[in-house]
Write a protein that binds this ligand. Sequence first.
Ligand SMILES: [Zn+2]
Length: 464
Amino acid sequence: MNVETKIPYYYKSVDFEKLVTEYEPPLEFMEGTWKWSREKIEETQLKRLKETLAKGSEIPFFQRLWAKRDFSPKDVKSLDDISKIPSYTIDDIRDSINLDPPFGDYQKYHLEDGKHTPLRFYTSGGTTGSPRPTIYSAWDREIGAILSARTFYMHGIRPGDAVMNSWAYSTHNAAWIMDHGLWQWLGCTPITTGTGAVTPTEKQVEFVKTFGASSILATSDYLIHIGNTAKKMGLDPKVDLNIKTLSAFGPKEEVKKVWGCPVYDSYAFHEVQYVAAECEAEDGLHVFEDAFIVEIVDFETGEVLPPGHRGNIVVTALYKTSTQQIRYNIQDISASYKVKQCACGSWHKKIDYFQGRSDNMIKLRGINIWPEAIGEYIKENPKVNGEYFCYVERVGSPARDEMTVIAEAKHASSDYFLLKKELEELLKRKVGVKINVSIVDEDELQPLTGHGIRAKLKRFEDRR
Ligand SMILES: [Zn+2]
């Protein structure tokens, strides 16, 4: 048997003093980084961007990408030069995995490096194609956890709170980084129910009631489902469940109606963890600008767009020591806000709430449409319950693309034909092209969307 002489113990693997000085945890953050001037923010970003480019230049993926586009890190002398750095999308990540399976050549570490330094491995992309792995160092995990804790603190979660985590504890990062944030950087106790597939929703309601959870982490869709399940169990979520505040992902209005407490939104994704969080002003999401540079670019040209224009989110993570994300076009739709001091006092740049995925975007008769926008529009009709599923198919001769949205009626007694006509007229008015509508009974879409089971609901299918 081999005798190991060294184990990379976690407690020795991170310089925690350096970590909390550079990336402040919630309390220090609210008094410190949160109040930075634009000068201080931009000066820090430029310094960290240059360090990030130096780390990127050691990774084969970026060497190839940058050589192909004739870019050198030396080209970046000011923050404005960031647009000179080639951006990339999920397609480039897929190519990288095909080139060097199964991890791709975009990772800094491979799993055998765990011998020298503690690593974590998570994947994304269960819904669209094969899983895309990301390997995280201890430093990257700790900062991800700090970013989570900052978000929860901004949303009113406090030390001593028990927080039910209804995200999937799986190979996906989300539940884990939230868990670490609550536990290690906020003094909260996570209640690790996971999604409805692991702990049935009725049981989750009982957990909240029995153990006195004061908050729940879940998508907006699932928060609504938990609340409605409580009602079916004869409980009033507003009275019988003592929820203080909710940190959601997605539209908040319906969540507020069901739970009757403050609800805040945020934006995060698997590879880089929490990017932006809503503040008490409830007007857009503040980017954590000490840890990220976020740009919004044109769907087609990739040109950086001025404030107020919808485009794709491009993220550069500034804090990472392992796998880098340098101008990663994540193809999530948003818009930037004009840079100014927020009512909350912060100068950290804001972006709009998540609008949907542009790789689900369909061009019908020259107009860009995406499922999440359709979902928002149909909610204007009070006779539907907000559940929806869209698909696009190619029909007729000559062939043309048609989109259909299936919506659930709130009451079985509604006139479905009339409701279909009303929604088709509403969508025609809002979107500008004809979209077919089909009405079904409540809960009938569950097999398609995975409502109550999946953390992130499926809203779209391309049947072309
Ligand atoms: Zn603010």
